[in-house]
Write a protein that binds this ligand. Sequence first.
Ligand code: KIV
Length: 317
Amino acid sequence: MSLTDFPAGARLSPPGVSLPKVTVPALTEMKRQAKPISALTAYDYSTARLADEAGIDLILVGDSLAMVVLGHENTLAVTVDEMLHHTRAVRRAVRRALVVSDMPFGSYHGPIAEGLANAVRFVKEAGAEAVKIEGPRVELVRALTDAEIPVIGHLGLTPQSVHRMGGYRVQARTADAVLQLEADAFALAHAGAGAIVLEGVPREAAQQITAALPVPTIGIGAGPDCDGQILVFHDLVNLDFSPTAKFVRRYADASALFRSAIERYREDVEHRTFPSDAESYHLPESSRRMVQISVDGADSAANRDAHEEPNRKSNRR
Ligand code: KIV
């Protein structure tokens, strides 16, 4: 049985979201129609579901998971098994968006056969609809494409190369480097990549490559001329506990929201104002008399709540 089976009746599209499902060929069609591609990372059921219901086209289970969810210093430590675990959660939430999984550092840097075997796991065991790999690994992209696994390339600032790059630095800052970047993008596209993420490159470089390339570019820190844009969810809502990079726009302050909610909850517990009587379950009056429980002001709630079950799963589809 697939690990990504949906519960019966769960395939209805959410209100406000127009199907059909986004696919890799659909991204190229969007480029052709000059329709911007919206992409966002997600790592769990709830955020993936919000992103999907908001109409995001592509949801990436990024290896940024290592940093923003698991607290590592960089992306290098996250494992295939961890990425699979989070991809499964995202896949269960998503109805419309294309679900792409990042292949983590070390999972495709050795023999092609090993990269292929790991990519197959993302599709077979977690329901990924494409995998993303960093760098101009043309032979691997060709092998994955031949094996029917759609691939998204990732060029420019490739975080898995942090040690080689000597830090997270803007790439392609000379004319020669822009030409090399463009050649790499073309090589990946010709090998079968369905789109290319361009990260941390000058706007002019991204603009030139986007105009020339037959497949879409999806930018992050690459200016507004790419065919689409991607951000890390935790950056978008200020949950990343780090200074804002130049290319990030904060659309909400979830840190402030969550912090305040958690502090108010703690205070209510400490002052015994949570839970209230109305937030409590009660015995029916007859049983209460028998066990001689007396709860002030609880009479009206008693009969109503007597047979009520906790409704923890009501938000599930
Ligand atoms: O891991 C990630 O979040 C990414 C995006 C920044 C493109 O690769």
